[in-house]
Design a protein around this ligand. Structure first.
Ligand SMILES: [Ca+2]
Ligand SMILES: [Ca+2]
Length: 188
């Protein structure tokens, strides 16, 4: 009797030991204190605006003016010049132009529209538009749509005219080019 009882008691002890072990709460890892970030320099919320006039070729947009068939219609290309500087742009009437070029794939730029602009307050815009027929199933428009280029053109003497209020302080943003492939998406 004693011989058969011992293994049963031993197994009971093992079971109870295991159940006690599993009921133990998991060890909690000590939480490391988060060190405060003292070296990071806070970024400015808005880009630094220079207190000077800066007309820029800010965008080229496409819109469907009217639709004739499934794949054809009339399209408007709009180039937007915006004074992104922190000071007003104040100039003479004929000293600056917004030029819009169409550039076929592998071809030469062709001036398709121009617009004289004059004074621009900060964030004020001037636009130049060009309307044309479009065939989204053609090779020249559907398959290989042209690029459009917006250029701000100044009177060559603009820096010598004794008027600092028309001296563009950012020359790198005076040209923008964009593919017209989004036009074909307007027909889908
Ligand atoms: Ca000037
Ligand atoms: Ca500029």
């Amino acid at each position: 009797m004693k011989r058969t009882l011992l293994p049963v008691l031993a197994s009971l002890f093992v079971c109870s030991a295991a159940s006690v072990a599993s009921a133990d709460p998991l060890p909690v890892a000590p939480v490391k204190p988060v060190s405060p970030i003292t070296t990071a320099i806070p970024l400015p919320r808005t880009p630094i605006l220079l207190a000077c006039p800066d007309p820029s070729a800010s965008s080229i947009d496409f819109a469907l003016v009217s639709r004739a068939t499934r794949f054809t219609g009339r399209v408007r290309v709009t180039g937007t010049v915006k004074n992104v500087g922190g000071a007003p742009y104040v100039s003479g009437a004929n000293q600056q132009l917004a030029l819009l070029y169409e550039i076929p794939l592998g071809g030469r730029p062709r001036l398709v529209a121009q617009r004289a602009f004059q004074n621009l307050a900060p964030n004020e815009v001037a636009t130049v538009t060009f309307d044309r027929d479009w065939n989204a199933s053609s090779p020249a428009e559907g398959e290989f749509p042209p690029n459009y280029r917006l250029v701000i053109s100044y009177d060559p003497d603009i820096l010598l005219d004794s008027n600092p209020k028309n001296d563009d302080c950012g020359a790198s943003n005076n040209t923008r080019e964009r593919s017209s492939s989004p036009v074909n998406a307007l027909f889908r």
